[in-house]
Design a protein around this ligand. Structure first.
Ligand code: SUG
Length: 420
């Protein structure tokens, strides 16, 4: 059995909109009330998937969830007198950010030798807390082979769990046992700390991780206060490499020491605050990057376009590349992608994907992409996704019927009507 890392990107749903629902997410707050462009958003996501399919030879996807969510609409007793943010919650397309779909522990790390997935309860934000039961329905199908996968229920409330966005895996190869790193926040700051330590510890126990190879690290409260509502806004790991801002963790040196103690091969690529401020890192999402191992063994960093537009970030990237290509450092390419529609809600390239290390042959093939399937999906997006949604469209019957029909067309085309 050959284990490989598959990125499962969330297809951007037809109700994608900007309602300013995420306190502590600066992009979401600053774009509240803007018109959104669901068709363009979904096609941007598809272009990113196509690029990675070409680079890696494998790419997966998860589907938009049913919206508007009638059960939530009823539970909230929504009528015209309810505040607009409450009325928008059942319409959220936030499941596109599949880094928050689940926490994944690959088979070599777990006691029973299966890949374990726990859907994230996302309880801190109402519009996200509705996701997990429908996400789990997809995971149960995509990873339904119980010889290879174990799917758990979400962590019970009130422990907040945000999934893979606060989880990293260090390893020398995917087939070898890795070190799993859980990053949690402490409450008490201006913005919510969405990942709770006890949720992380619960997931680690449920997945049967070896305590000697599991590390729990506190996120820097100043990073949360500056808008890093998930750790993956300020750090990302791949293989033995930790790519991180110098202010990501509460005790930066202590974090590196704790990781080195269990994973001596650790290679830290740290961006100092003098080169890129915390604020600029959060604005450009330099660290919300996909750090990919290419077939030749080198690494590429897939970053948002916003990074190229930032003088300090781009200067750092160019200097890093010049040095790495001369001295043999791990990251050899920095590749910008346009995911601006997602970025305006605080979701960069890494938010849009869930990494699952497994044998692709054990995954339900309906969730795996190839060029022909990408053509079909793009055709449906172009034909059915709304071109534009204005805030006044949210809650209308017209938008509800077009969003429901658009998702239905996609499910039919992918032979996944059972998710309807
Ligand atoms: O949970 N934005 C998402 C962005 C998630 C990004 N994911 C990772 N960093 N992994 C969030 O804050 C905005 C929704 C709105 O405002 O309508 C939103 O939910």
């Amino acid at each position: 059995m050959s284990l490989t890392e598959i990125n499962f990107d969330g297809i951007v749903g037809p109700s994608h909109n900007y309602a300013g629902l995420s306190l502590g997410n600066i992009a979401s707050a600053s774009h509240a009330g803007d018109p959104s462009y669901p068709r363009a958003a979904a096609l941007q996501g598809m272009a990113k998937m196509r690029g990675n399919l070409a680079r890696l030879g494998v790419q997966g996807f998860l589907l938009p969830l049913p919206r508007p969510n009638q059960a939530l609409t009823s539970a909230l007793a929504l009528d015209d007198s309810a505040p607009p943010q409450l009325r928008a919650a059942p319409w959220s397309a936030s499941s596109m950010w599949t880094a928050n779909a689940a926490t994944v522990s690959p088979a070599p790390d777990t006691a029973d030798g299966r890949c374990h997935l726990t859907p994230a309860n996302l309880v801190t934000m109402l519009h996200r807390a509705q996701e997990w039961p429908d996400t789990k329905r997809q995971l149960d199908i995509a990873f339904g082979d119980t010889r290879h996968f174990a799917i758990h229920d979400a962590v019970p409330p009130s422990f907040g769990d945000e999934g893979a966005a606060n989880h990293m895996r260090l390893c020398e190869s995917h087939d070898a046992a890795g070190v799993e790193v859980f990053v949690y926040g402490k409450t008490g700051g201006a913005f919510p700390a969405r990942q709770h330590e006890q949720a992380s510890r619960l997931v680690a126990r449920a997945h049967g991780l070896d305590p000697a190879r599991t590390v729990f690290i506190e996120q820097n409260p100043e990073a949360i206060a500056a808008g890093a509502f998930h750790n993956d806004v300020v750090a990302v790991a791949n293989g033995p490499v930790l790519f991180t801002h110098a202010e990501a963790f509460a005790d930066q040196a202590g974090a590196y020491a704790a990781l080195r103690a269990v994973f001596p091969a650790l290679e830290v690529v740290e961006v100092p605050s003098g080169a890129v401020t915390l604020q600029e890192a959060i604005r450009t999402y330099l660290f919300n990057a996909q750090l990919l191992t290419l077939p030749d063994g080198s690494m590429a960093l897939i970053v948002p376009e916003e990074c190229r537009e930032s003088p300090s970030v781009w200067a750092w990237a160019q200097a890093m590349l010049a040095s790495n290509n001369g001295l043999g450092g791990p990251i050899r390419q920095v590749i910008p992608v346009d995911v601006k529609q997602s970025m305006a809600n605080g979701g960069g390239p890494a938010c849009l994907r869930l990494r699952v290390v497994c044998d692709p042959a054990t995954v339900d093939p309906r969730f795996l992409l190839d060029e022909a399937k990408a053509d079909v999906i793009e055709g449906i997006i172009a034909a059915h996704w709304p071109r534009q949604i204005d805030p006044s469209d949210i809650g209308t019957d017209d938008l509800a019927s077009s969003v429901i029909a658009a998702r239905g067309a996609l499910l039919d085309a992918l032979n996944l009507a059972q998710l309807g």
